[in-house]
Design a protein around this ligand. Sequence first.
Ligand SMILES: Cc1ncc(COP(=O)(O)O)c(C=O)c1O
Length: 392
Amino acid sequence: MKAKKSYYGKFGGQFVPETAMNALIELEKAFEKFAPSKPFKKELEELLKNYVGRPSPLYYAKNLSKHFGFEIYLKREDLNHTGAHKINNALAQALLARYMGKKKLIAETGAGQHGLATATAAALLGLECEVFMGEVDAKRQALNVYKMKLLGAKVNEIKTGLKTLKEATTAAIQSWVAQIENVFYVIGSAVGPYPYPQMVTHFQSVIGKEAKKQFKKLGKKPDIIIACVGGGSNAIGIFNEFLKDKSVRLIGIEAAGLGANTPYHAATLTKGRDGIIHGMLTKVLQDSLGNILSVHSISAGLDYPGVGPFHAHLHDTKRVEYYAISDDECVEALKLLCEKEGIIPAIESAHALAYLSKLRVKKDTRVLVNVSGRGDKDIHTIQHYEKGKIYG
Ligand SMILES: Cc1ncc(COP(=O)(O)O)c(C=O)c1O
């Protein structure tokens, strides 16, 4: 196990087989060397600006504000190239892989957004790409599977267990360990063994840095920031810059599925206990014997029984509040944003938007919601949504 810097309070660490340790050490050294270097920063900034389309707009949602009776601002990550925040991190990690001389990227994906972002970055940077995805997710996110293949990636559908994100991540880790010399594992959220949570936080922090600047330009500051939490990358990306400012209330929203008090949810911070999953000590949904529980959510991107270790720490230290939103509430919020603002958000982002209806705040309160992605991939799911449906 590594020294203290790999931990967030008691969470984090490197719980991996011996064979993976060298790769983690190599990655940590490369990240520390290249990420702060001038050529890397210049190349990444250029790509984020001209290829991804950053900065993403900060949009004052006038109609939604009127509906709820307080000020609502949306950080429009849905307008990024490939349709979500995932590209910020995938592109940066792919660039790092190229600086390290790696020829192939592998990635896990749930909603397909991270797989799509990695396939895109691989095509751009001339790298081979293989994506691991559970069969259930591949079915509900068929459009993204097709896009990944079109971009030249191989998509490996995993048929074990619940056939969703947990199994895809396990398969990706196994494949990585088996060919560790040549491949770079692009993790899609702020999860996994150190240095991944740190690296993903660093690359996604561009969201919060921009938002802070954009508010400053308006001569304002947000009072509350809301983001959805799967593994936790878009949430930590927008929170990180505001963590020290205690006057800003930070709220993370997990998936309550059919209800956090039923067996059908993915509310890890609400219901989980300390445990180890995918190389990290964090909060895990588990039974009394430590077996990892099945998860359920309408959202393939939030359907995960673990969470990034930074969030586990922020939860226990109470710097961030975490709540869970059900499938029904998410669908209602998604439709409301469509009708009020003409924006179709991703199902994941709609969980964050749904919390707006629970807030009881004064009318001059400024609430910033991270719209982590666009809803194109989810149209089929919404069209065929039935109350109480179990997704896996
Ligand atoms: C649009 C969108 N938002 C949020 C998430 C959840 O991931 P994270 O918690 O890492 O932001 C996903 C995952 O696929 C996603 O596609």
